[in-house]
Structures are given as structure tokens and as C-alpha cells.
Design a protein around this ligand. Structure first.
Ligand code: GLC
Length: 730
């Protein structure tokens, strides 16, 4: 499945024919952009160089790509050196970690997944691409499509949560958004589904840790989002740091070649994560740098990021015959084909237009989108006594370290955000309130420590208010790379603040700031209302105010389960039922903890709005699904409340018996409806056996005839199932 246009094939072949081995290897090198360094330290310092050395490498044809620098004018200069001063004039790719926004910052991907609106993520990715390509970039190392079932892991913030079906929808949407309709367009940004594969399954939720995983789980849970991204047109894939059952992902032939190339026909290039080939030595999988280079390259890793190993050892490996030159040519052909596919061979200065970089005419539209994406990502967990929405005439106390904070708004992996445009909680609330409204703002404590007199001033403010908005949560640096936590709770100082404020008796609405599901405790868990606000990006304050004052009825649903306790991790809704599932009646000698049941405090798919949503019974149009047939499943959903609301109607199935035990529920569809007060609608989903397939005990991916439960429900635990039979093929 070639990607380059046939006409450029000839040009690529003629380039290949003229390239020395060193020049071929040069196309496989990815290095930090020291010419226009911009990104804060998001990686450990390895192989550090400087602008002059990088330009010299470019001039010598030793660079395929530079990453994490921005700026159109300087990017143009880099490209000029590549095109005019190197022997063959091959343009370089300019990449960066633009994960959820460039200058305008959107919610962290986990937050956006809570919207259950992939089309929204496509729009925010598109806006991101417009801003990133204006800043002199061709390629983003996003979307992260790792399935995260253990919230102790910090990088769940970058993905779409614990569910594969939702993860596939967002992976494809983000690839489409970044790349747009035409890869050759100046505002098309190459996407990179990462980290291939099973990075979210690291043992203990500890980043970079080993992964021991069943083949079925690997194929049915962790690989599908990558397949969805590749099917959506992704032309690059980034490898993972972890091993997979003892074989590091970055040198895993079964995955990089067996699955990606042979099974899926992926035509694009594979780039390593940062120094992942160098790390094969630390893993104990390679003897030394030369052995690591050989193993990574022969497994199917085309481009090596930052280690310099390919430049240093590949020529010798080709010389010795350990790496066939035909394989080297294949890798270079893929890199050149990607450069051709995005139009770089025709227009090396594509996306390097300084005039575009200073054009801010789209910023207002992007900020409006950021505000809409942010409020659609907010999840209302509880709302006792309808304390929300809050009246603008109420006396409000905004209390907590996030009240005025601007440094913990953007979320992890935000390298280029325009902080001058960030809207804090206080700013957003004040903008939504009339002049002179009663809004008292008190920090109460610092992010991780008490403040002298902080609790006293917070208690005084709470006593003088009709309602407290309690802005607490995780500092931004608690999620993202290398940020695994053993206890997914609030910092103690914030919990103490919450207890003191709640003790005043003033109703509390928690505005939770979080990069993962948290184990909520004490007064935070017991507050009258809880809004999960993730890290919402540039428009945080406005989006939260829209929901708090009822301009927007919260419509987000949890993409990750909120546990009772950290000790339950890894916890995910679609778990097997075990041989001793507990029931409300029977808890002795059952699969549960002494302290807690085997359930979530707030389950996957849960979320409330300001309407009153009621579901009718789930019904199937027939008792059986023919092997090659389809089956309609339907339910009526009504808003019996006085306010309009959006509802995420979810379709779940349970395969009651399988050749491998099956999850108690699996998401197979969802639809977000807007329901006016009094409005009801019949929702219909169509099932076929394709949606019931899994990797069975024989290793084949197929559905198995038998009995199924099916739900149309508001969450992964709600509702009563209907039942149908999948009939064997006649
Ligand atoms: C980091 C991350 C990866 C990122 C890369 C380049 O270690 O794992 O997601 O794209 O290095 O910064």
C-alpha cells in the first residue's frame, strides 16, 4: 500500500540510487531542534548539541527530522540549509509534541474524551493543526492512544481513558483532525498514534515498567486504537518504552512488523520514542549500542529519536551485512514517501510562512471552540439538593489553590500555550457575574502545603457565603510522563482545607482539577456537588462559569472509573466477572476487598446534567441475531425535568459464555442527544456479530454463538439488560 504518488516514486527511487549509505542513514535520524529550541525540558538530556552542530548535521544530510522547536522564520532557515546546502537537498521534517493545542490550549485528551464527542476532538485537533503548521511544524507526536486501566499511571491524561471502543473513536477523530482532508495542504499536520504498544498496561501503573499481558488483551484492548488511527490515515507511529512480555516494544518484530506491516499493511514510518533504542541496553535486551541498533532496526523501527545510534552504527551493520541494504532502502523509502505525501518534496517551504505565524485572525474562533470543548468535557458526578446551577445573586466563596492559579490550567504536555490568554477560575466567574456581585476569593492553602491563616480565612469566607466553590485537585505536574502515583488522592493540605470548609455547613460544590481518576475522600467525596474539570486549557474559567451558572448543562461522562480507593487499581469497568462475583445479598467469600466492594465510587460512563433523564426498558427487535444478520436494539430516553440537557446514551453488551471469559459489560455504541424539557426520543442501535468478536482461546478473532445481554443505559452499571441469542452460521 504505497503512499507516495506514483510520480514521486520515480523521484524517490532516483534519490535512493544517488544516496550514500550515510545519507540514507541520515534520513532515519530524529534530533532535538536546537536551532529554535522552545519546548521546556520534557525529556532527559541525552546527546545534547547546539544550533551550530544541528545546522551542520542538516548540511551533511544527517537529519531526517528535528523536533520540539517552533518558529516559521527559523524553520525556513533550517529548510534552506537542508535544501540548498546539503548534497541532495532533501527537506527535513519539523515535528513537535503538540498534544492538545498549540497557542490556544484545549482540554487534556482525557478530559475531551469525557465529552463523548469524537467530532469535537476532530475540530480541536484541526484548530491545533492550523496553529501548529503556522508556527513552522509538519508533524505532531500525537494522538496518544494508550488504553489506561490503572490510574496510578500519569499518562492516562494524554489518552481517551480505559475503554477501547471510546479510545478507537477518539484516535481516529484526532488523526482526521490533525491531518485534515489533504496531507499536502499547508495546514495539514502529520499525526502519530503513540505509544505502540500497551504502554498503558505498565505493571503497577509505574511509568516505563514491564508489561505482562495476555495475547487476547493485547489484541482486543490495546491494539485496536492504533488500528483505528492507521485506518483513519495516520502515516507515522511511535514506539513505546515498555517491554511486552519481555520483548521491548521498540525492538518487537512481532508488533512492529508482524502486526503493523504484515497484518495491517501500514505503509508509513515508525519512529522511536525518545532514546527508546538506546534503552534496549538498559532493558537487558541488547548487549551494547551496536546490538541495540541492529535489533531495533531489524524489528521494524525506521527512525531513531535522539540517541544517535543509527548514525553511529547502521553504516557498519550494513557494511557487515547484518543489516541488508535492501531493508535500509525500505526504511528510507518510507521516510521519503511520507515527506512526499505531505508535499515536502514539491514544496520544501510548506508550513514555513512567517506571515501565517503572525496572523491571529483565527484565535477568537479557536478560543470559542476551546470554551465549548472545555465545558463539554466537564462531568457532574453528583448534585444533591440541586445546589447547581448557582444563582448569580448568591453570595459565593471561591476557595482553593486553583481559584486564581494560572500555572495549572493547561495540563500536561502543553509546550507552546499562550499563557497571556488563559482564563482563571476567578476571572471566568467574575466575567459571568454582574458588577458588585458577592464573590469572595480565598486560596485557603497552597497546592501542596498549608498557608499561614489560610484555613481561617477560608472558613470565614465559607461562613459568609450561600455556597462554596471549592477549587481543589492535582497539581498539573502530578500527571503526564514519569508522574505515576501510588495514592491517587488530593494533597493533604487541600484535603484539610476541604474538611474545614465543609464543617461550616455551607453547601460545597467541588471544582475538581485532575489528570486522572482520583480516589475522592472525606469532605470532597461528601460534598453536595462535584464537577470533574480535568485540565480544561485556555478557557478554563469561562467554561466552568458556564456550567456553574447554568449557561450550559454539564454533559460529560466519565471515560475512567473513579474508585473508592487507590488500592483498587488497576480498576476498569469491563473486567471479567470471576467465579465468585459478589451480589448485594452475597458478599462472603466473594471477589471484593475487605474494605470495599469490587465496584467504582463513580463508574465509567457516569455523569449528570441539569435535566431529569429517564430511560425506558431496553428492547430487542428479535430474540436472535442471525450469524450474518443484524439486530436492532432500542430504548426510549426522556427528559422529564424543567431544563434542557444533553444525554450520552450508551450501548453495552455482555457475552454470557465464551472460550475466554468475557467482560461483565463492553461499550459498543454511544450517542449524545439534546433533549428539551419534556422531550422523549427512541434511540436505536444496530448490532451485528462483528461487534461481538473477540480473540478466543484458539487465538482467532471471531464472535461465538450463544446468549448475550444488551443494555441501552446512562452508564456502565445502570439499567436492566435485554437478552438475545447469536445464532451459529447455518
Ligand atoms: C517523550 C514521550 C513521547 C514524546 C517524545 C518526544 O519521552 O514519551 O510521548 O512524543 O518523548 O518528546
Amino acid at each position: 500500500m504505497p503512499i507516495a504518488h506514483p510520480a514521486t516514486d520515480a523521484r524517490i527511487e532516483s534519490l535512493l540510487a544517488r544516496m550514500t549509505v550515510e545519507e540514507k542513514v541520515g534520513q532515519l535520524g530524529v534530533f532535538a531542534d536546537m536551532v529554535r529550541p522552545f519546548a521546556p525540558d520534557v525529556n532527559p538530556e541525552v546527546n545534547v548539541s547546539n544550533a551550530a552542530q544541528v545546522l551542520e548535521q542538516v548540511r551533511a544530510g544527517q537529519v531526517g527530522c528535528l523536533f520540539n522547536g517552533v518558529g516559521a522564520a527559523q524553520g525556513r532557515e533550517i529548510q534552506r540549509v537542508a535544501v540548498e546546502e546539503s548534497r541532495l537537498g532533501i527537506p527535513v521534517l519539523l515535528a513537535a509534541d503538540v498534544i492538545h493545542g498549540m497557542r490556544t490550549v484545549f482540554p487534556i485528551p482525557l478530559g475531551e474524551a469525557a465529552s463523548f464527542e469524537p467530532q469535537l476532538a476532530e475540530r480541536t485537533a484541526r484548530a491545533t493543526a492550523v496553529e501548529a503548521t503556522a508556527a513552522g511544524l509538519h508533524w505532531t507526536y500525537a494522538p496518544a492512544v494508550d488504553i489506561a486501566r490503572d490510574q496510578r499511571w500519569g499518562r492516562g491524561a494524554e489518552g481517551a481513558g480505559e475503554d477501547t471502543f471510546l479510545g478507537c473513536a477518539f484516535a481516529a477523530a484526532r488523526v482526521r483532525g490533525f491531518q485534515g482532508e489533504d496531507l499536502r495542504a499547508a495546514d495539514s499536520l502529520l499525526a502519530t498514534p503513540k505509544h505502540f504498544v500497551a504502554y498503558g498496561a505498565v505493571a503497577g501503573g509505574m511509568d516505563y515498567n514491564y508489561v505482562e499481558i495476555a495475547e487476547g488483551t493485547l489484541h482486543d484492548v490495546h491494539l485496536p486504537p492504533f488500528k483505528a488511527a492507521v485506518d483513519a490515515g495516520a502515516l507515522t507511529v511511535m514506539t513505546a518504552f515498555n517491554d511486552i512480555n519481555g520483548v521491548p516494544a521498540s525492538a518487537n518484530h512481532a508488533m512492529l512488523t508482524g502486526v503493523l506491516r504484515d497484518a495491517w499493511g501500514f505503509p508509513g514510518l515508525v519512529v522511536s520514542d525518545y532514546t527508546a533504542d538506546m534503552e534496549l541496553v538498559a532493558h537487558g535486551y541488547a548487549e551494547d549500542a551496536r546490538d541495540a541498533t541492529r535489533r531495533a532496526f531489524l524489528a521494524g523501527m525506521d527512525m531513531s529519536m535522539q540517541s544517535g545510534f543509527y548514525a553511529e552504527h547502521l553504516p557498519g551493520l550494513v557494511e557487515s551485512g547484518e543489516v541488508p541494504v535492501a531493508l535500509l532502502d525500505e526504511a528510507v523509502r518510507r521516510v521519503l514517501s511520507v515527506k512526499s505525501a505531505i508535499g515536502l518534496l514539491d514544496d520544501p517551504y510548506r508550513s514555513l510562512d512567517p506571515a501565517r505565524e503572525v496572523d491571529t485572525s483565527q484565535r477568537a474562533a479557536h478560543e470559542a471552540l476551546a470554551r465549548d470543548a472545555a465545558r463539554r468535557s466537564i462531568v457532574l458526578l453528583k448534585n444533591e439538593g440541586d445546589v447547581l446551577p448557582v444563582s448569580r445573586q448568591a453570595r459565593i466563596a471561591l476557595i482553593g489553590p486553583f481559584a486564581r492559579d494560572v500555572d495549572n490550567i493547561e495540563g500536561c504536555w502543553t509546550l507552546f500555550g499562550d499563557k497571556s490568554r488563559y482564563v482563571t477560575l476567578e476571572a471566568g466567574l467574575r466575567a459571568a457575574l454582574p458588577e458588585g456581585a458577592a464573590l469572595d476569593v480565598v486560596d485557603g492553602c497552597a497546592l501542596e502545603a498549608p498557608l499561614d491563616g489560610g484555613i481561617e480565612s477560608a472558613v470565614a469566607a465559607a461562613r459568609g457565603a450561600d455556597v462554596v466553590l471549592l477549587a481543589v485537585g492535582e497539581p498539573q505536574r502530578y500527571s503526564g510522563e514519569a508522574q505515576s502515583r501510588t495514592r491517587i488522592v488530593l494533597p493533604a493540605a487541600q484535603q484539610a482545607l476541604a474538611e474545614a470548609v465543609a464543617a461550616t455547613g455551607t453547601p460545597v460544590v467541588v471544582l475538581l482539577r485532575n489528570g486522572r481518576a482520583l480516589a475522592l475522600e472525606g469532605a470532597v467525596r461528601d460534598a453536595q456537588a462535584i464537577l470533574v474539570t480535568w485540565f480544561l486549557g485556555s478557557q478554563t474559567g469561562h467554561a466552568v462559569a458556564d456550567v456553574v451558572f447554568g449557561e450550559y448543562s454539564p454533559s460529560g461522562r466519565l471515560p475512567v472509573s473513579f474508585p473508592h480507593d487507590s488500592g483498587q487499581q488497576p480498576f476498569f469497568y469491563n473486567h471479567p466477572r470471576t467465579g465468585r462475583p459478589e451480589t448485594p445479598e452475597m458478599t462472603e467469600f466473594k471477589a471484593r476487598w475487605r474494605e470495599y466492594p469490587n465496584t467504582a465510587l463513580y463508574p465509567f460512563g457516569h455523569g449528570l446534567g441539569y435535566g431529569r433523564i429517564e430511560y425506558g426498558a431496553t428492547r430487542v427487535d428479535a430474540p436472535a441475531l442471525e450469524w450474518d444478520g443484524s439486530l436492532q436494539v432500542r430504548a426510549t430516553v426522556a427528559n422529564t425535568g424543567a431544563r434542557a440537557a444533553e444525554e450520552v446514551v450508551q450501548l453495552y453488551v455482555h457475552d454470557r459464555v465464551g472460550s475466554r471469559v468475557r467482560p461483565v459489560r463492553e461499550l459498543k455504541g454511544f450517542r449524545k442527544l439534546r433533549l428539551q424539557p419534556g422531550e422523549s426520543r427512541e434511540v436505536v442501535f444496530t448490532l451485528s456479530r462483528a461487534q461481538l468478536a473477540f480473540t478466543g482461546a484458539d487465538g482467532r478473532f471471531a464472535a461465538e454463538p450463544g446468549a448475550f445481554d444488551v443494555w441501552i443505559a446512562p452508564s456502565s452499571v445502570a439499567g436492566e439488560p435485554a437478552r438475545f441469542e447469536l445464532l451459529a452460521s447455518r
